[in-house]
Structures are given as C-alpha cells and as structure tokens.
Design a protein around this ligand. Structure first.
Ligand code: NAD
Length: 425
C-alpha cells in the first residue's frame, strides 16, 4: 500500500543518507540497517463490557539490537492512514529509536509498539483498557524481557499501562517481580525520579546549547510550543526557567499566540480546567500554520509527525527548532531549513532525554539501587551534551545539517557493533 507520506520511507532515506556520508556502499549492509530485525503483528481478542468480542490489532517492531536490548514505547492511537499506515509508522519509530539510543550513547537498541485504537476518543472502561493492555502484553511476552526488549510509554499510554504489562509479564514468568521488563513506571513500581520531566528537560538542554553555538542569549528568547502534553510542557517549563518567554502554544483543539508572553504555570492551570489552551486570556486563536511560522527564536514541535513540510519550512521565522516530537519534519524540508540557517536539533537527539532516563530506570531496577533526581538528570545531560557536541563538530567539518550529522554518528556506532558481533550462524 502507498501512502502520501510514508514514515518508514523517510526513516529509510535518513539511513541511506547516513550511509552515503560514511561511504557505506554495500547494499546488504544498507538494507540491514534500514529494515527492522522483526515485525510482530498481533490480533488481540478482548471481551468488551457489553459481552461482545472485539478484535484489536497490535504491533511490536524490533529494529536493531546490536548495541543492546530493543527499547521503545508502546502507543495507543489511530493514525488517519489506518492500520496499514500504523504498521509503517511503528517500523519507522523503531528505526529512530535505534539511532536515538546510539547518538545518546546508551547500550540499547531500537523498538516500538502500538495498538490501533484511540482511548481518548473511545472512552473505554478501566477494565476494558486493562484487558486490552494485558492481552497485548501476553501476546508479545515471548519477544520482550529485561535483556531482550524493554517497552515504555508513548502517545496515550502511561505508568498505569506499564505496570499492567510488568505484572502480566511477571505472572507469565513464574509469578516473579520483573521491573526491568518495562520503563516509565510510577515511582512506587520502580520508576526513576526525573523520568516524567526527562524528554522536555533534555530538549531544553539541547536548545540552550544550540543558542550558545549560534550566539544568542536565552534571556527573553521567544518560544513557540506545538502540543501541550508531557514533552512540550516540561520543555516549556525548563526553557522558561532558563529565561525564555513562551509566546505560542497549541493542542489538538487549536493554537494560540500572545507576542507579549504567557506564563507556563498559568497556561497549565488553564489547560487543566478547560481541557485546552485555546481561550487563554490575552491570547489570539490562530491556525496551525500561523503558529508554526510565527516570529520567534525557538520552535518546539512536540505533538505529531509530518508537521514541517517544504511550504511551512520556507515560511518559518525562527532560529532554532528543537524537535521534541518524533518525525515532525519531512525530509523535503531539511535542505530548506539548512539554507535558511535555522539550527535544527533533530528528534533523535532533542527528545533522547526520555530514553536516556529510561535506561537509568532499567539500570536501577537491575541493580536494586535507587538514585536522586539531580544525579539522574545530570547523567542524562552528560549523554545528550556529548551527543550534541559530537554531531555539531561533524556538521561543521562535513558542512551538513545536525540531522545528517547525528544519523551518521549513530549509524557508525551501530555498524561497529554489527561488525564486531559478525553474522551468526
Ligand atoms: P502527550 O500525549 O502527552 O501530548 C501530546 C500533545 O499533542 C497533546 O497536548 C495533544 O493535545 C497535542 N496534539 C495532538 N494533536 C495535535 C494537533 N493536531 N495539533 C497540535 N497539538 C496536538 O504526548 P507526549 O508524550 O508529549 O509526546 C509528544 C511527542 O513527543 C510524540 O511525537 C512523542 O513520540 C514524542 N516523544 C515523547 C516522549 C516522552 O517521554 N513523552 C519521548 C520521546 C518522544
């Protein structure tokens, strides 16, 4: 099936670009790096509250484990392209996880999972949600495990689902306690401090460093946030702490702008009480395009894929893009952004704070020792800044954008592991 935008084709193109930079010409190696090792598609039968059986479709894509166990979230969503589109999306997201773990230099590989349904639209009961999650956990239980594949939360899944997956997995393995099978757990279930803020905090660290490289100060820098969920609110909060001013925000109900600035605390309070940022006092409602192309210093796309196409890219009015979302920029936009000298911090680096602290959650689970917020946040900062500087130096040396530089470094690290292991049998 052909889609207007095929995320897996985009992910493959990025791998091929990195291979070109690295001089990897061997077709077998290129295909090996692009394709997932395994793609599991499962039929999930669930008895609904009305007594009827409903079949859900779920996926787990295991892209690459040369550097360590597969790692990546599980999302519950219903993308417009349907189930077949979701399969391609999950494959792409699992590929990006491989490169994300490699650029952050954590010893994990790439995976991703999903169930095709939208819990926000459907309003299913708690017990229906639990039966969907546990049956899915049962169906993928043979391919996940603390040393095999470690899922995590993603769009519309939370610590609650993670706990149910951990519990189901443990029951299937001799009723054992296996917190290391999954991350993003609540603290009381073996989660890590700082995991909830990790993605947004990591994005803020990267943006601060990019601002330093291009020579502008964070104090008074104007920020636009697309999306108002976990990634964007913490990115907004930390950028505000660094001196920035939030002038635009959005969620699934619409976008707003106030060039004079809006306080994160007030925006969050408004969102909590009204269910949307729209209508925030003093702001003007605008289209998505107007939000993205508003004059600002820092744009944080933190909602969905495929937001910045060639047309939007041409009209962008910012200095830095910090991609908190996965895949917000289409490949056609990258050369335009580079030409316009917009500093793009690609998703695999800008949102790698989440998986980095997930890695430390897993380490804490495996060792049975638990650390403080500052210690975990500092470890994450070190990983991200080291990846940032490696990529920045390469981007200057090779005159390429940060996405290509991050990908080239990540692919090189995976190829090294692949070659060291060799092919067996
Ligand atoms: P979330 O569910 O907490 O928030 C998503 C936000 O996007 C919500 O505010 C929602 O209203 C908004 N949204 C949905 N459709 C929209 C639209 N059409 N226009 C504008 N806003 C819209 O999800 P999240 O965890 O913050 O994830 C957001 C992005 O960040 C995703 O691409 C996800 O893969 C990526 N990401 C998240 C993490 C993490 O740790 N949370 C880690 C890495 C990457």
């Amino acid at each position: 099936m052909k889609f207007e935008v095929d995320p897996f084709e985009n992910a493959t193109k990025q791998v091929n670009d990195a291979c070109d930079i690295l001089g990897i010409k061997d077709e077998g190696t290129r295909t090996y790096l692009a394709m997932p090792n395994k793609m599991m598609r499962v039929k999930i039968p669930v008895k609904m509250d009305n007594g009827k059986i409903r079949i859900f479709t779920g996926f787990r894509s295991q892209h690459n484990n040369d550097r360590g166990p597969y790692k990546g979230g599980i999302r519950y969503f219903d993308p417009e392209g349907g189930v077949e589109y979701m399969e391609r999306e999950v494959m792409a997201l699992s590929s990006w996880m491989t490169w994300k773990c490699a650029i952050a230099n954590i010893p994990l590989g790439g995976g991703k999972g999903a169930i095709y349904f939208n819990p926000k639209k459907e309003k299913l009961s708690k017990s229906e949600m639990s039966r969907i999650t546990r049956r899915f956990a049962f169906m993928i239980s043979e391919i996940i495990g603390p040393q095999k594949d470690i899922p995590a939360p993603d769009v519309y899944t939370t610590g609650k689902e993670m706990t149910q997956i951990m519990d189901t997995f443990g029951k299937l393995h001799g009723n054992t306690h296996q917190p290391g099978v999954i991350t993003g757990k609540p603290i009381s279930m073996g989660g890590s401090l700082a995991r909830n803020v990790a993605t947004g905090l990591g994005t803020a660290y990267c943006v601060r460093e990019a601002a330093h490289k291009i020579g502008f100060t964070m104090r008074g820098a104007k920020v636009v946030l697309q999306g108002f969920g976990n990634a964007s609110t913490f990115a907004g909060e930390y950028l505000e702490k660094m001196g920035c001013v939030i002038i635009g925000a959005s969620d699934s109900k619409g976008s707003i702008i106030n060039a004079k600035g809006m306080k994160m605390k007030d925006l969050e309070k408004w969102k909590r009480s009204k269910g949307t940022v729209v209508g925030f006092p003093g702001s003007t409602k605008v289209t998505t395009e107007k939000l993205l192309t508003a004059k600002c210093d820092i744009l944080i796309p933190a909602a969905l894929e495929n937001q910045i196409d060639a047309k939007i890219a041409k009209n962008l009015n910012c200095k830095i893009i910090g991609e908190a979302a996965n895949g917000p920029t289409l490949p056609e936009a990258d050369p335009i952004l580079y030409k316009k000298k917009i500093f793009v911090i690609p998703d695999i680096l800008a949102n790698a704070g989440g998986v980095t602290i997930s890695y430390y959650e897993w380490v804490q689970n495996n060792t049975g020792q638990y650390w403080g917020f500052v210690q975990v946040a500092k470890l994450m900062e070190d990983h991200l800044m080291s990846g940032f500087h490696d990529a920045y130096d390469l981007s200057i040396k090779k005159k390429i954008d940060m996405r290509r530089a991050c990908m080239a470094i990540a692919v090189k690290r995976v190829v090294e592991a692949f070659e060291l292991r060799g092919i067996w049998p």
